[in-house]
Design a protein around this ligand. Sequence first.
Ligand SMILES: [Zn+2]
Length: 482
Amino acid sequence: MARMRRGVGLVTVAILGLAGCGSDPEPERTPATASAPMAVRQFAPGAAGVGDAYYPNYGNGGYDVGRYTVKVRYDPATDRLTGTTTVQATATTDLSAFHLDLAGLTVRKVTVDGAPARHAREADELIVTPAAGLTSGNGFTAEISYEGKPESLRNEVLGESGWLHTTDGAIALGQPESASTWFPVNDHPSDKATYDVEITVPKGLTAVSNGVPKGRSDRGGWTTWKWSEAAPMASYLSTVVIGEYQVETGEHKGRPVFSAVSTKLGMGAADASMARTTEVADYLESVFGPYPFAAYGGVVVADDRIRYALETQSRPVYGSGFFRGGENTGVVAHELAHQWFGNSVSVARWQDIWLNEGLATYAEWLWAEHRGNGTAQSAFDQRYAGSSSRIWQTPPGEPGRENLFSESVYQRGGMTVHALRVAVGDPAFFTILKTWAAEKRNGNATTAEFVALAERVSGKQLDKLFDAWLHGTDRPPAPGRR
Ligand SMILES: [Zn+2]
């Protein structure tokens, strides 16, 4: 194999395929001829987005990340973050340069495979030009040092997301994006990776992230909290919560449990709901198959800007409003269901978000039935009869970016799951859910693949059902009752 030859500008050409070419020190610029077959290798910059139809600039092209090591220090008093992120990736095209997503912050230094690399910024893109081109199929390691005052992101649906400075610390959270406000990242769910996160905060504060707690250490008035998520994770499922928290730890089925509730909440309801996390997870395991991750937990934050809960991997983050009316295991069931559907099985494109939200909504109905709070059939009936025309006009299978988190995606998505259940019967239905979770575990999936699997498992033709429920702009015919 020939190594790339450095050229001027961003595109460098190397000639491959000639015997002895790899050790030939002479610059090779001879055009191909019929008698000397050769391939032309073109090193070009990776794309600034993965080409998601809804969010074309999210993520980047030309590489696949395997692991992030994110080390940040944050001082709430000054709202300053300093960080070093190591990105271990594999080039998927021949790269002369590549993009990472990074919102705000100032990049101080970038190296690729230990050698200094040039870097530039364009809006929320960090463009890295390594000293030598990166050959498709080869691994590389980029290390980025950065600092600054982290930004929040305006979010069309959630209001505010990204890095939020709170009175006692910070919360980094949000869907469909948030990670780029605290580390350079390939910010699209199609590129899942494992994560090691270290957060250094003033001593006395708690710093929670995803996965298994790996201990903490004190040094000079600072505490470093270490976390590790060893299962592939979509970037929007990463989180950091810093502040004054009441922590509960334990073990369940050999896995660590770590939950944290803001000390600002004098709310027994939040603690009681978090305490039922493993009970809810065990029920969901009985209908979806094995719990997919190595840790359990939840975090309840007290900040008026967080008016949502998010299924951050292995440890959802809940806005405190969910527990104002008392214990709430419905929201816990929803966020934990996402550990299977959304987190372990992730969307490949944002358009298919109903796969996450429809199944998580249906999990709420199943959990309610399990607890004797009305059947899934009655939950369906209520929505089928009472939903607004807007739900019927908005197809959950193609909601449009503006309706990504609309009621249709959730409620009509849940009704779609129930319509499937009625059509195929309970044994096939629960086999479909378990098979989906098992076959797509730690991967990405599309609606078309879900439909194909449902047809394969049930032996039924289901395209008309899914067309009506996911793509129609009228209320589909009633599916019968189970
Ligand atoms: Zn959800």
